[in-house]
Design a protein. Structure first.
Length: 355
């Protein structure tokens, strides 16, 4: 088992290197190295530091909103624990490619274990928060797209690509609402999974006891979703804070461009928001094999910045992409990795896991 884990981590590191190499080759083919140095030299440390604090502030607000939702469901959790487990969620999402829910499963498990609350209650809080955040993404992306289309004439292929990403987010919202509100459908899906897993594993994995526990948790989950719906006035503050958290996250990209001195000149604010929303959505698509979609995300961001901005500033867009990803991937990975070490990595998964 140890050898298998070692191989897995070694393979992930190798894939990250491959992704970075692909991005570097992409940049090398389109822009002279001297232009990259010139763009980097203009970096303002003060704006970049603000971008760093915006990232921390966004994470803190996100954690506080989760704590508020848990409190509405009578789950008593400290802000410190919520903050800690949100960082753990980020670590899992960044390290495990193509697994858009692994991080949320980790924080739900940890919070349930910490508070002794039923999984259904904690899952309800996480699903409610995911719905609010995704709705915010779609709303801001839609407003930005409409403004950008009326102020410029972007290529049809770019609009089609952006539309496809937004459509995927809308499908996610609809699916979450459907599963949250339709108890019968959720139970059927869970039963189907419990029936199909033993067949796929050829009888090695059987979860009859877990099936019963899961069904009870699902019943509680649906009850708590309805509880959240009854507390509409109490949800006003969490929704407002979710909006502020989300805007703080977006400001990271804007502040990076301000630090380089090109926000509003090389590219419009609306275009920056569009690209940032798309890059965030891409990282949660279950299609990747590289942690954090390193390489792919950078190439897509740089390309979209160039297409939606002024093409002569390709070097600026490449440098901006590097600094945005430095904060949203590498710094987050470093901080969350440290948090995971304090959390104890062995507690990230239940002890009763089929061997």
């Amino acid at each position: 088992m140890a050898g298998r884990k070692h191989f897995t981590f070694k393979k992930r590191y190798l894939l990250i290197v491959v992704g970075l190499a692909a991005f570097l080759i992409y940049v090398y083919l389109f822009v002279p190295f001297g232009q990259l140095l010139e763009a980097t030299a203009k970096l303002s440390p003060s704006f970049f530091l603000l971008a760093f604090f915006a990232m921390i502030f966004s994470m803190a607000l996100y954690s506080f909103v989760w704590q508020r939702l848990l409190d509405l469901l009578s789950v008593k959790a400290s802000f410190l624990k919520s903050f800690q487990f949100v960082w753990v969620e980020n670590f899992v999402d960044l390290v495990i490619p193509g697994e858009p829910v692994s991080g949320e499963i980790s924080r739900v498990y940890l919070m349930s274990k910490e508070t002794g609350a039923n999984y259904g209650k904690v899952v309800a809080s996480a699903v409610g928060q995911r719905i609010a955040t995704t709705c915010m993404t779609v709303a801001v992306l839609l407003v930005s797209i409409v403004y950008f289309v009326f102020s410029t004439k972007p290529p049809f292929l770019v609009l089609a690509f952006v539309g496809a990403i937004m459509f995927g987010d809308i499908i996610t919202i609809v699916l979450l609402f459907y599963l949250a509100l339709r108890k019968t459908s959720t139970r059927k899906l869970a039963n189907w999974l419990f029936n199909i897993i033993p067949r796929v594993s050829r009888g090695r994995w059987k979860f009859e006891q877990e099936r019963e526990k899961t069904m009870k948790a699902l019943d509680i989950f649906h009850e708590e979703i309805h509880t959240l719906g009854k507390h509409r006035k109490s949800l006003i503050v969490p929704i407002m804070l979710t909006a502020i958290s989300w805007l703080s996250d977006i400001s990271i990209a804007i502040l990076v461009f301000l630090s380089l001195g090109y926000a509003g000149t090389a590219i419009s604010i609306s275009a920056i928001i569009i690209v940032y929303c798309i890059s965030g959505s891409i990282q949660y698509l279950p299609i990747g094999v590289i942690p954090g979609e390193v390489g792919l995300t950078e190439i897509i961001m740089t390309t979209l910045f160039t297409v939606l901005g002024k093409t002569q500033f390709f070097a600026v867009f490449a440098v901006a992409t590097v600094f945005i990803r430095l904060l949203t991937f590498w710094v987050k990975l470093l901080i969350s990795g440290i948090v995971v070490q304090f959390t104890a990595i062995e507690s990230l998964v239940p002890s009763q896991v089929p061997s």
